[in-house]
Design a binder for this molecule. Structure first.
Ligand code: HEM
Length: 541
């Protein structure tokens, strides 16, 4: 067809060879001209909020509003790729929700987009050299060794520990309600985090945290609470900007900076004890089924493939305990708040669980069709309130990133891809990505029905690539390794709490803030730190 066109208009007859050469030269010149036009990086062409403070850029307004609020506003105003001004003359940030952009970074090129190298030493101090810290080949290798520990079969074996901790939570909450005359107003975070710490202690390294009563549990919970509370303060906002600008501060021997090792120290001690007590046993009984994550790692080690040092195994356990307990509790808490504010939905869920006729089993909790409304509530809770509410990545080299939704430059040109420079910081606010109105229509509303009604979900192409096509567990090779366990815990605890208790709004205004994970606090009582008060009564049989 091209040949016929040229022959007709050039008034000459081209041979196949001449045409091939012509097209080759033409394509080359076209590529050069596109390259010349695009040799300027495209970030400056991306639209976003104007102005911004000369020193703090737009970062202070992000900090002062609730978690993800500014990003949601900007996605709704400027589209799914937004540029804004950083503090302290930091080059402009990109904040993205475009699914193609995110897939390119997290799934197709995960090791070309790394976590901020500035904060890596902090992760080391808090968690050691585990999965959250590792990058590149080291991360690939760690995932290869650890993925099997979270296989469906292994998570199934963890179910008895999950059910046992849930039953203990029910008993102690029931007692507390009866003791306070049938109605208890309480910070629900303490109850759920105690249960999830119990679970990760058992499934992590067969340790009993005694429902938060052991000294070790108290130490871990105190260190974590101090950390997330500190993370919400104005001082922390300034500190992270100073750290980013002057990373050497991290090595100053000041107690506040060095204190992050507290949790790591407790878990190091407990896991070392487990290894010295059980090391021989697991070594000798290679056919026995390992029953917790540390034993699974030790057993894999004893087979000689992919050997891990004792310290590496301990760093992994530390990572699982820290990132695995408060995340699940955090999203569960916010779902309880939503259900307290939507009593009709809470009642619908309760009726579905009661109509099952027995306590939910592992099978009931893992097959969505057995308890479809429970499944919908969990998906909606995780969509609106992902505890890992925010991630960021830094491009390690120049790249051209494809877009699902082309952007329009100030001169009216449409760009279907963006040329970005090595060092570009790209922010991925999961909480705002999950709520974009252009995709979800009523993105900020709690409406579990959308997951079960016909046509309730956005078109697949508009959604993300991870679990249930939302961003809550991320996507690609760094997708949350513990998601199956998290979902089992979440569904088990939620079904039990809703079956036996009624949750009522405590009539305070709750806002959420970014910290190590997303944290709720009471407006007007910010100084009291993270809390989520709810009134709880017993459900009628
Ligand atoms: C509702 C509960 C949970 C949510 C929403 C959640 C979410 C996430 C997210 C978004 C990431 C990616 C972070 C990033 O790349 O910057 C992540 C990573 C991770 N999660 Fe979870 N998580 C949950 C529970 C758990 C549990 C129970 C465990 C383990 C017992 C766990 C272990 C991890 C680990 C080790 C990573 C790092 C994975 C890697 O980089 O390869 N998480 N999680």
């Amino acid at each position: 067809m091209i040949q016929a066109f040229l022959n007709r208009f050039a008034l000459v007859e081209f041979t196949d060879t001449q045409l091939g050469a012509f097209l080759g030269v033409f394509s080359f010149l076209l590529a050069i001209s596109i390259w010349a036009r695009r040799s300027q990086y495209d970030v400056k062409l991306v639209s976003g909020p104007s102005g911004g403070h000369w020193l703090w850029g737009h970062e202070r307004e992000i900090f002062l509003t609730s978690a993800g609020q500014k990003f949601s506003e900007w996605f709704n105003t400027y589209g799914q790729v937004v540029r804004y001004k950083g503090a302290f003359f930091h080059p402009d940030f990109l904040v993205v929700s475009d699914p193609r952009f995110i897939h390119h970074m997290l799934t197709e090129n995960p090791y070309n987009y790394v976590k901020s190298p500035v904060f890596r030493p902090l992760v080391d101090r808090l968690l050691g050299h585990g999965l959250v810290w590792a990058e590149g080949d080291e991360h690939k290798q760690q995932r290869k060794v650890l993925n099997p520990a979270f296989s469906p079969a292994n998570v199934r074996d963890m179910a008895p520990s999950v059910f046992e901790s849930a039953a203990k939570l029910r008993t102690s909450l029931e007692q507390a309600i009866l003791k306070s005359g049938g109605e208890l107003e309480t910070n629900v975070m303490k109850w759920t985090a105690t249960a999830t710490l119990d679970i990760i202690g058992k499934v992590g390294f067969n340790h009993d945290f005694e429902q938060g009563k052991s000294q070790d549990a108290k130490d871990i919970q105190k260190a974590w609470t101090d950390q997330v509370n500190a993370g919400m303060t104005t001082a922390a906002f300034y500190a992270q900007i100073f750290l980013r600008t002057f990373p050497f501060i991290l090595s100053i021997p000041v107690e506040a900076i060095q204190k992050q090792g507290d949790i790591k120290n407790v878990i190091n001690r407990l896991a070392n004890k487990f290894i010295s007590e059980k090391g021989e046993l697991v070594e000798n009984e290679k056919t026995e089924k390992a029953k917790n994550l540390l034993a699974i790692m030790m057993k894999a080690n004893s087979s000689g493939v992919n050997k891990m040092s004792t310290q590496q195994m301990i760093d992994h356990i530390t990572t699982f305990v820290v990132v695995g307990h408060e995340t699940t509790a955090g999203s569960l808490n916010m779902t309880l708040l939503e259900l307290a504010q939507h009593p009709d939905k809470q009642q619908r869920l309760r009726e579905e669980i009661i109509s099952l006729g027995h306590e939910p089993t592992y099978e009931d909790l893992t097959a969505p069709e057995r308890l479809p409304y429970l499944d919908a509530v969990v998906k909606e809770g995780l969509r609106l309130h992902p505890p890992g509410a925010y991630m960021d990545r830094v491009a390690v080299k120049d790249d051209i990133v494809p877009l699902l939704h082309p952007i329009t430059t100030p001169s009216g040109e449409k760009l279907a891809s963006l040329k970005i420079k090595a060092g570009q910081v790209i922010q991925i606010p999961n909480i705002s990505i999950n709520r974009v109105d252009a995709v979800w229509k009523d993105g900020g509303n709690f409406r579990p029905e959308r997951w079960v009604e016909q046509g309730g979900l956005p078109p697949r192409a508009e959604m993300q690539g991870g679990w249930s096509n939302i961003m809550s567990f991320s996507e690609g090779p760094r997708l949350c390794i513990g998601y199956r366990l998290a979902l089992l815990e979440y569904k088990c605890l939620l079904s039990l709490l809703i079956r036996y208790f009624v949750f009522h709004d405590a009539n305070v205004t709750i806002e959420t803030k970014f910290s190590a994970t997303m944290q709720p606090r009471v407006v007007g009582s910010e100084d009291e730190g993270a809390q989520l008060p709810l009134r709880i009564t017993l459900a009628e049989d």
